[in-house]
Design a protein around this ligand. Structure first.
Ligand code: HEM
Length: 190
């Protein structure tokens, strides 16, 4: 049984590989190399199947915030949005063809994060509690000691973009972004 501290201090290599893709796509490879140096990250590459300290993500994104003047929340959100096509590709076998944004969100915990945990017991995706509020609204409660609500909001927006539903899905944070437990309201406009 892994202990809780390890579980949230380490994160699956895929998240780091996707962060590198995000930085190289939004900026360039030189920026990525400078961020690693500035953040004091010693290794020069991340492997998909390894685990790395979560604080390296904050250190890298923190440096990017300093050099671009953007908030950490905003950068984390952009990163979350960017990673959705990769996530969908990596875990496509758990996605049913008829699903759209609403169904995808309803099933993230029981199908997607559950598959992540099952495929690699070292991972600890955040706990999501998803509540239907009437026919057109979901409230997603995100709970994680890693406090990455920006990424959560970005993934939700990225999922709506993936299904070409950005214009009818509204995402609103109901709690302070840096809390351990955060509520996110998602409205589906008809
Ligand atoms: C397409 C469906 C999804 C897949 C395949 C997926 C997969 C993953 C994976 C592989 C990780 C790394 C876990 C680890 O290393 O312990 C992760 C973390 C994370 N996921 Fe998901 N996820 C999905 C949907 C979502 C949604 C809808 C949200 C938003 C509420 C979300 C929020 C997060 C956050 C914020 C993290 C960072 C770690 C943390 O906060 O503790 N994910 N996810």
């Amino acid at each position: 049984m892994k202990n809780e501290a390890d579980a949230f201090h380490l994160m699956h290599g895929s998240m780091f590989v996707m962060l590198q893709h995000y930085v190289e796509s939004a900026y360039d490879h030189g920026t990525w190399v400078k961020l690693l140096e500035g953040a004091g990250v010693e290794h020069t590459s991340f492997q998909m199947q390894e685990m790395y300290p979560t604080h390296e993500i904050f250190a890298i994104v923190g440096r990017l915030g300093e050099s671009t003047g953007q908030s950490i929340f905003n950068l984390m959100e952009q990163f979350g949005k960017f990673m959705v096509p990769d996530l969908m590709r990596m875990y496509s076998r758990y996605v049913r063809p008829e699903w759209r944004t609403y169904e995808m969100l309803i099933h993230t915990e029981d199908k997607m994060h559950a598959a992540v945990r099952r495929e690699d017991s070292r991972t600890s995706p955040p706990k999501l509690i998803i509540t239907k509020k009437g026919a057109n609204q979901l409230v997603i409660e995100y709970k994680s000691k890693r406090r990455m609500a920006g990424v959560a909001v970005g993934i939700i927006k990225g999922i709506s973009r993936y299904f070409n539903e950005s214009d009818k899905v509204e995402v609103m944070l109901l709690s302070p972004a840096d809390a351990e437990r955060v509520q996110i309201k998602v409205d589906f406009l008809s």
